[in-house]
Design a protein around this ligand. Structure first.
Ligand SMILES: [Zn+2]
Length: 674
């Protein structure tokens, strides 16, 4: 469950916050009353559009951030709870799907049973770890843990072959860390040093909860920190992981064994039940090589300690309250600044969504998403694709050869709108009422097996990366397709009752954003078939890099929190997607008007409302801790800069709001890629 939405190379619209609050669903539609008329839109457009909302919507105690996405997510949570409660009522004639989602949810909600079971559900895991007799047996133990969903030492999965994208291959990635990123283990500013101390204290407390005395628990926590720091040394940072050349290394099994002979790879691959293969993508060879040193440097007992920690860490959310609270204290309170644990039902809704997403999703879609929603969205996607095509054709800096390639890539983009055409089959998964932890582990196992079964098979584009109630969207360069689930096709993104201007600024800009990802600094390295192949002339590439460099430098000057600035390189793809997405959404809107300017609404022109439709979805509040964390791990800029950074580059904005040439919202060095 912890790894939900952890995708190697899929560009999602935003990264959802970890922790939500129990208040009735708000009306999320735009209203002109929300505008702060005391603020000049040309001075700070985000404040003009959002300051009333941010003042009226403080961060709930159980969250580290709160934005308009979250309001929408919250509405979805209520709908899903309703579905799950009905399915949970144990009655004759329940369908197999209702049995699974209902019993999963009911088991999760049965706090008394979870308390009564204590750590008994993990006892078999602990016995198995204690019984390891040599380091050679580590691979078998890691097989068992990976199958249960506990990511120790490294990650193993299937993925498209970057250079032959229609084929799925095995993929071995860095992993096995408790903190969110390798940088957390090395940064030496006072806040990072303090955070590491608190992490070690947290690990010790979890061992103490398992029954170890204080001195032993402290010593064990130290060992965990040493091993994780050792592993982190070989890991790539987030910015480097955006470079496809740095995360694709197709090696033969022999080459893998030569990188690291101290781990029994064959036993592992056989043990996890992967189909036979001769080669795989070793995402970061340096990590695998370094792992060998770390395995050698620590005693078998140290490794048992490390495995025991990750077993309790990975399952903490399904254990009794003492574990849940301690886990929240560090990963919620300390890491993100949230004050309270979210209510149990919300946690259980999100776990059910994560583990049985497409079963819940089928019922969710029946209730919320009609054929009309799909049709209108498809029409909008068509309008946006047409606009991007015109934009590419008219680009002043790109030569004819590269344009031909770019247009071929645009032509080849496929769309997944609303919900999957083919639903996932969960028939092999057994859900047992009263066994919350076992259900979670069996779901992880089912998920893992499904991923491994894809190795050696052709890519199946009908598989979705997340369930349809998700409030998000994505572009996948390896599949060259965009995904817009039913969850996001609602107000404030998309509203059947709203005018075109608002919808083009909302969901239109979102579609434009995802399409542009195919042509940002990362996505542009993949071709129409999703292969990592350079289709650019040298000169056009140079022009492109100059233009993206403008965006990188612009955002690198924005302050995220205190004196901490955004990482211009880490956020470059997302900022480029906002820059291009808004431009083509604007073009598509004008095409739709076909020269007939709609009448103003609430005294606001269609062009003004378009920019408000965009700003409106990005209104948000964040704790300082959350803002700090995101500078390191999130490739998306905060809402304020997604809005102001984007509009300040657009002459269309200046014109719509009649801004003076020297207004703060008019970037003197306006950046434009697409
Ligand atoms: Zn994006």
């Amino acid at each position: 469950m912890r790894n939900f939405l952890k995708l190697l190379i899929v560009f999602i619209l935003f990264v959802p916050a970890l922790f939500s609050q129990d208040k009735p669903p708000a009306d999320v539609r735009f209203s002109a009353d929300m505008l702060d008329k005391s603020i000049d839109p040309c001075n700070d457009f985000y404040a003009y559009a959002c300051s009333k909302w941010t003042a009226q919507n403080p961060i709930p105690a159980d969250r580290s951030s709160w934005g308009r996405f979250n309001e929408l997510q919250q509405r979805g949570e209520y709908i899903v709870r309703d579905i799950l409660e009905k399915a949970a009522a144990d009655r004759p004639g329940r369908s197999a799907s209702e049995q699974k989602i209902g019993d999963y949810y009911a088991s999760c909600m049965d706090e008394a049973a979870v308390e009564k079971a204590g750590i008994r559900p993990l006892e078999a895991d602990f016995h198995s770890i204690t019984a390891i007799k040599s380091k050679d047996e580590l691979s078998q133990e890691i097989v068992r843990l990976h199958r249960e969903g506990t990511e120790v030492l490294f990650g193993f999965d299937s993925g498209s072959d970057f250079k032959n994208a229609s084929q799925m291959i095995a993929q071995l990635d860095q992993g096995g860390l408790g903190l969110p990123d390798r940088d957390y283990y090395f940064k030496d500013d006072p806040k990072s040093v303090e955070l590491r101390k608190k992490y070690v204290a947290h690990v010790a407390k979890m061992f103490a909860l398992l029954g170890d005395d204080e001195a032993k628990a402290a010593a064990e926590a130290k060992v965990v920190m040493e091993i994780e720091t050792g592993l982190a040394k070989g890991a790539l940072d987030q910015t480097s992981r955006r470079d496809p050349q740095k995360i694709y290394h197709k090696l033969s099994n022999q080459e893998l064994a030569a990188l690291n002979s101290s781990f029994n790879w064959n036993a592992y691959f056989e043990g996890v039940g992967a189909p036979r293969f001769d080669s795989l993508n070793v995402v970061e060879p340096e990590f695998v090589k370094n792992m060998q040193e770390v395995i050698r440097a620590h005693s078998l007992d140290d490794w048992k300690t490390y495995l025991r920690w990750h077993t309790v860490h990975s399952n903490a959310e399904t254990l009794p309250a003492a574990f849940v609270n301690e886990d929240f204290d560090f990963f919620g309170r300390t890491m993100t600044g949230a004050k309270e644990l979210r209510p149990r039902w919300k946690r259980c809704v999100s776990y059910t969504n994560a583990d049985l997403g497409e079963l819940v999703g089928q019922l969710y879609v029946q209730q919320t998403f009609g054929a009309e929603g799909k049709e209108r969205t498809l029409a909008m996607v068509g309008a946006l694709e047409k606009a991007l095509g015109e934009d590419i054709k008219n680009s002043p800096w790109m030569g004819a050869d590269t344009k031909t390639q770019a247009l071929a890539k645009l032509q080849a983009i496929t769309n997944r709108i609303g919900y999957p055409d083919k639903w996932r089959d969960y028939s092999a998964l057994q859900i047992v009422r009263g066994d919350a932890l076992g259900n979670s582990q069996r779901a992880n196992q089912n998920d893992f097996q499904r991923k491994l079964d894809k190795i050696g098979k052709p890519l199946d584009k009908r598989d979705w990366p997340y369930p349809p109630m998700t409030v998000n969207a994505s572009y996948n360069p390896l599949e060259n397709n965009i995904t817009f689930p039913a969850g996001i096709l609602q107000p404030p993104f998309y509203d059947n009752r709203a005018d075109d201007a608002m919808n083009f600024g909302g969901i239109g800009a979102g579609i434009g954003h995802e399409l542009t990802h195919g042509f940002d600094d990362e996505g542009s390295q993949f071709d129409a078939e999703g292969n990592l192949r350079d289709w650019w002339t040298a000169n056009d590439k140079k022009q492109f890099e100059e233009r993206t460099g403008c965006i990188r430098d612009q955002y690198a000057n924005f302050v995220a929190v205190d004196d901490l600035k955004l990482n211009g390189k880490l956020t470059l793809g997302e900022n480029t997607a906002d820059n291009g997405g808004m431009r083509i959404a604007y073009m598509a809107m004008l095409n739709t008007f076909a020269g007939k300017e709609p009448a103003p609404v609430d005294g606001l022109s269609a062009e003004q409302r378009f920019f408000l439709g965009f700003a409106n979805v990005w209104c948000q509040n964040r704790t300082a801790a959350e803002s700090r964390m995101r500078v390191t791990i999130d490739s998306h800029s905060p809402g304020k800069y997604r809005v102001n950074g984007t509009v300040s580059n657009m002459p269309e904005f200046r014109e719509a709001y009649h801004c003076s040439a020297t207004a703060p919202m008019v970037n003197q060095n306006a950046c434009r890629v697409w």
